[in-house]
Design a protein around this ligand. Structure first.
Ligand SMILES: Nc1ncnc2c1ncn2[C@@H]1O[C@H](COP(=O)(O)OP(=O)(O)OP(=O)(O)O)[C@@H](O)[C@H]1O
Length: 581
């Protein structure tokens, strides 16, 4: 159980506790020396009163004083590295754990991440790791201090007088029992509190992300009520947690402190009975007032330690989620084939029994009504997901056997929803190839028709873009993502055409950039405007997740099927637009 707890508190890296534990134990052992010396000083001072005729041993008293000074110096020497080890190791363990978790999340199937609440994942990265930092830097060393000091004191004091030692520690089991017995309730309330925190942070994120929609549709009242409700729930859970914890911790502390009263009463009784020396009693009084300090602090921190354990448990669970398997390097042959593929994001099937063959170097387009599964096919080819039934192959080999990261080296992607990071334009293009030089970035930008608009920005290539690319127009973001793909220069290009209508200038620029990008590659396009793919080697028509037709543009037109209807509809709409201008 303890090992499990340590594993959780350190996010599956218990070695990070070694240094803090060793140094803290040494510092706590050193902290015992001044107590022993104080006991000796008390004995030396009180001896002449208890045994009249014995002179005050001033020479020994001086040695005790020197010993005290040396022990304080020793304590200082041990405490500095203990302090550093606690903090440095706690923060580096959390930093290392966060990177490990981020890396792990990247390798998990997207299907898993889709099912998870993004707020909950963010909380694990930030809140849960912050708790671990606090646990490693404060709570675990506190607990060690709390264990080392009283145990040593109990042993040492038993030699002085076992009856007083026993009375001093008599109430301790009750305090520990109380904390342990209520740990189930603490755990339950702790989980509810974390859930309330996640809900509040999700609602806040939703509110901030959707602030434009909220303003546009005047939803201020309704959305704000949801947000306020989550804050109220968080407040309620926080009060419940503290309301329960407070009395438990205070009762446990009272039990611990009751030991001192018990010991004093026993001491007075034994002293009056003549079976206890005054010097021994004084020694117990000196130690008794201080010995429980670390223990009461640790009791106050114990509940928090359990929350840290829960936080660690959540992180460890996530770290143990199986990542996408596959070690084979992708083959040099880039023929792609879907064989009887069935796939759905949740229970609802999106693709049904889809079989399509895409020869290397060809231009293949997927078309069909909205929601028919076109983009999903691209995601399966990039192995963001694995099919439920059937296989996707490259060069005749099942993608599931391939290393997902190595596979992504073969594929460039230009998606509808371009995401730009909060960084400079140059850095955002460099995501295509991290080793690219500035000249290569500019060349890719020129080919993607974005060099000119980048130069017009305040700091050119060094202009910062807002998170998600919010400071650029949709067309500009698309062109930046084409520049990324240019830079990556992968043999297979997956292109998901933007559905949002762009202004004619932007549309022409993007088309020019795409025409350059597709040269000499295996190109797989999801097309919404059929005229952009009428020269494709093959057009695959999807409807409700099934392939209903495939062939060249002319063949499909003369088949008078769904493609012909879609073509006519778009053609007529285009004519109407032209006439109305
Ligand atoms: N991440 C997801 N989780 C759950 N369902 C999803 C997810 N992505 C897409 N879907 C659903 O799967 C279906 C197919 O989506 P897909 O994006 O492949 O269609 P599409 O043909 O590309 O549509 P569009 O032309 O509108 O872009 C849709 O019903 C969509 O709601």
């Amino acid at each position: 159980m303890i090992m499990n707890m340590l594993r959780n508190i350190t996010a599956d890296n218990p070695r990070s506790l070694i240094k803090p534990v060793v140094y803290t134990t040494a510092a706590n052992l050193a902290a015992v020396i001044p107590f022993a010396l104080l006991v000796e000083a008390a004995r030396l001072i009180f001896d002449p009163f208890v045994h009249p005729g014995i002179p005050l041993d001033t020479a020994r008293l001086w040695w005790v004083c020197i010993g005290l000074a040396v022990s304080l110096l020793l304590l200082f020497i041990f405490e500095i590295p203990a302090y550093r080890a606690q903090y440095r190791d706690a923060y580096s363990a959390a930093a290392e754990g966060r990177s490990r978790l981020a890396e792990h999340l990247r390798k998990l199937p997207l299907g898993y991440l889709n099912k998870r609440d993004p707020g909950e994942l963010a909380h694990r990265m930030t809140g849960d790791f912050a708790m671990l930092e606090h646990g490693i830097s404060h709570l675990v060393p506190q607990l060690i201090g709390a264990a080392v000091m009283p145990v040593l004191a109990l042993i040492g004091l038993s030699f002085l007088d076992w009856r007083l030692a026993l009375s001093l520690f008599a109430a301790l089991p009750a305090a520990i029992g109380l904390v342990l017995l209520t740990s189930g309730i603490q755990r339950k309330l702790g989980s509810q509190h974390v859930r309330a925190k996640i809900e509040a942070s999700n609602r806040l994120q939703e509110y901030l992300n959707g602030i434009r929609v909220i303003k546009a549709y005047n939803l201020t009242g309704e959305r704000f009520v949801r947000l306020e409700r989550s804050f109220s729930e968080l407040m309620r859970q926080s009060i419940r947690l503290e309301g329960l914890l407070g009395p438990i911790v205070l009762s446990a502390m009272a039990c611990v402190r009751a030991g001192l009263t018990l010991m004093t009463m026993a001491g007075v009784h034994l002293l009056l009975g003549g079976s206890l020396e005054v010097t021994t009693f004084v020694a117990f009084l000196i130690i008794g007032t201080r010995i429980f300090d670390p223990l009461t602090t640790a009791l106050a921190g114990y509940a928090e330690l359990r929350y840290c354990e829960q936080a660690g448990e959540r992180i460890v669970q996530l770290l143990r989620e199986p990542v996408m398997q596959g070690e084979r390097q992708p083959p040099a042959d880039h023929d792609v084939e879907l064989k009887q593929v069935t796939f759905g994001y949740r229970d609802q099937p999106v693709l049904r029994d889809v079989s399509v063959s895409i020869p290397a170097g060809s231009f293949t387009a997927f078309v069909g009504p909205s929601g028919s599964g076109k983009s999903t096919i691209l995601r399966l080819i990039a192995r963001f997901y694995d099919p439920e039934k059937g296989v996707v192959t490259m060069g005749g080999e099942d993608l599931r056997a391939m290393d997902p990261e190595a596979l992504l080296h073969k594929v460039s992607m230009v998606f509808q929803d371009v995401y730009l990071f909060q960084d400079t334009i140059a850095a955002n293009i460099r995501f295509g190839r991290s080793s690219a030089t500035r000249e290569e970035i500019e060349e890719a930008a020129r080919l993607a028709c974005c060099h000119d608009f980048i130069l017009k920005l305040p700091n050119g290539y060094d202009t910062m873009v807002g998170e998600g690319g919010s400071t650029l127009s949709g067309g500009e973001k698309q062109r930046i993502s084409i520049a990324r793909a240019m830079l990556k220069n992968a043999p297979i290009l997956l292109l998901d055409e933007a559905t949002a209508s762009l202004d004619p200038g932007n549309e022409a620029e993007i088309q020019k950039a795409i025409d350059r990008l597709v040269r000499g590659r295996t190109v797989i396009v999801v097309a919404h405007r059929l005229k952009t793919v009428q020269h494709a080697d093959r057009i695959v028509v999807l409807d409700q997740g099934r392939v209903v037709e495939q062939g060249r543009h002319d063949e499909l037109l003369s088949a008078h099927g769904l493609y012909a209807r879609l073509w006519r509809r778009q053609h007529d709409a285009g004519e109407r637009r032209t006439k109305s201008v």
